[in-house]
Design a binder for this molecule. Structure first.
Ligand code: GRF
Length: 203
């Protein structure tokens, strides 16, 4: 399934997805990397990998929805069927969420529903949690609230700084995001109402 990866920055999750989708037999093909930032480092990584890279600046649009309609036009023009938000630091408008409901997933650096929003690692340390992690979820209009597809947990260690914890979580993100994409692209998981449902093994 033709997949677009949306980024705003360095794109390490995008890189992990590009590597995974290049493997023979993977059920999704990354055909576009798109950014809201023309200077996103990940765009060059995509081009070097032979994947089309495009960007539109949200500052050129009068509203969130106007920008999202322009993004949607780019996706539709390329026959995109699945969208992966990978460090895409934009709140997706309800309009775009509805258009792509069940076909847009994202990764969040925390064990949702805990720590929605930003600065998750510093907040996890402030709260003194012992287990932290990452979540891949369907994108819905409410921020960081969509049905969960995959999660990974990491220990919080004594003396952890936000950067040390972030690095430990990021390593897991690079493992679970490709797996989650494969599950969604292959139809092993689908969105049913408010739940990500695994297809019961019929074997
Ligand atoms: C990751 O921690 C991801 O969970 C969050 O922002 C960061 C993006 O990193 N959405 P990268 O651009 O994928 O390296």
């Amino acid at each position: 399934r033709r997949t677009a990866i949306l980024i705003s920055g360095r794109g390490s999750n995008m890189e992990a997805l590009l590597r995974a989708t290049a493997a023979p037999g993977f059920p999704a093909e990354a055909v576009l990397v798109f950014s809201n930032r023309v200077d996103a480092g990940g765009l060059d990584i995509a081009r070097a990998a032979g994947v089309e890279a495009a960007s539109l600046s949200h500052r050129d649009y009068p509203s969130r929805e106007a920008f999202d309609r322009a993004v949607d036009a780019v996706l539709v023009a390329r026959g995109i069927d699945l969208v992966c938000l990978a460090g895409f630091m934009r709140v997706v408008s309800p309009w775009l969420c509805e258009r792509w409901l069940g076909r847009m997933i994202s990764i969040h650096p925390a064990l949702l529903p805990a720590f929605k929003g930003l600065d998750t690692h510093a907040r996890a340390l402030d709260e003194g949690v012992k287990i932290h992690g990452a979540s891949v979820h369907y994108v819905v209009p409410e921020l960081d609230a969509g049905p969960i597809i995959a999660q990974a947990a990491v220990p919080v260690l004594d003396g952890d700084t936000p950067d040390a914890l972030a690095a430990r979580v990021l390593r897991q993100e690079h493992i679970i995001y490709p797996r989650a994409l494969a599950m969604v692209a292959s139809g092993r998981v689908r969105l049913e109402g408010a739940r990500a449902v695994s297809r019961l093994d019929t074997s």
